[in-house]
Design a protein around this ligand. Structure first.
Ligand SMILES: [Zn+2]
Length: 204
């Protein structure tokens, strides 16, 4: 099959949106490393159906995900499948960072956040901040420890690490290169992510 590809750069601290057809694959890759990418997705035909970490946890009986795992919507339908994963450490427990996080925990006003990044990136769909679904935090290293606590550590991802997702329905996706620079999450330095969407010629 003839395919072409196109790259979309997500600037450090910002988010971008794209569309996918069922059967398309997208790779989200590190540039410099240690950069978390919060990922959300909606059913393109019905934005009230979206990728849901809580439903995914129940559907696959896991709170850690990696290659081979399917992620589910709030209607308990498969929406994406992780088909390649060079890092294997992601998070499906944490909320997106938001203005409350920076204000409450760091005393900082007007810091960029993944939640507001998604509002910006999804502006054409008019998604208000309270409707942004909880994300799948690609490359995020937040291990659950044996005593039941939940750590916040630097991403283990190195330059060139990537995750490839297969769309299981027509969807609208967005990814935020997390702007968290006040906690270890992104290794102390924000960097760009690169989105490579494989587009079957028949789908164009
Ligand atoms: Zn964030």
């Amino acid at each position: 099959m003839t395919t072409d590809t196109r790259d979309l750069v997500i600037p450090a601290g910002h988010a971008r949106m794209w569309r996918m057809r069922a059967g398309q694959r997208v790779s989200i890759a590190q540039t410099e490393g240690h950069q978390v990418g919060d990922f959300i997705a909606f059913n393109a035909a019905d934005l009230t159906e979206f990728l849901s970490p809580s439903h995914t946890r129940r559907c696959i009986h896991r709170y850690l995900v990696g290659k081979g795992h399917t992620l589910y919507t709030n209607h308990r339908e498969p929406i994406v499948e992780i088909v390649e994963d060079t890092i294997g450490v992601h998070d499906i427990l944490a909320a997106a960072c938001d203005p409350y996080r920076y204000r409450r925990d760091f005393g900082v006003e007007n810091h960029r956040s993944c939640r507001m990044n998604f509002v910006e990136a999804l502006a054409e769909h008019g998604v208000p901040d309270w409707r942004v679904p909880d994300p799948v935090n690609l490359f995020q290293n937040s291990p659950v420890l044996p005593d039941g606590t939940y750590a916040s550590a630097a991403s283990l991802a190195k330059a060139g690490d990537y995750v490839t997702l297969l769309a299981r329905m027509d969807l609208i996706a967005a990814c935020s290169a997390c702007p968290q620079d006040l906690a270890p999450t992104n290794g102390g330095r924000l960097s760009d992510l690169v989105v490579r969407l494989d587009a079957p010629a028949a789908a164009r």
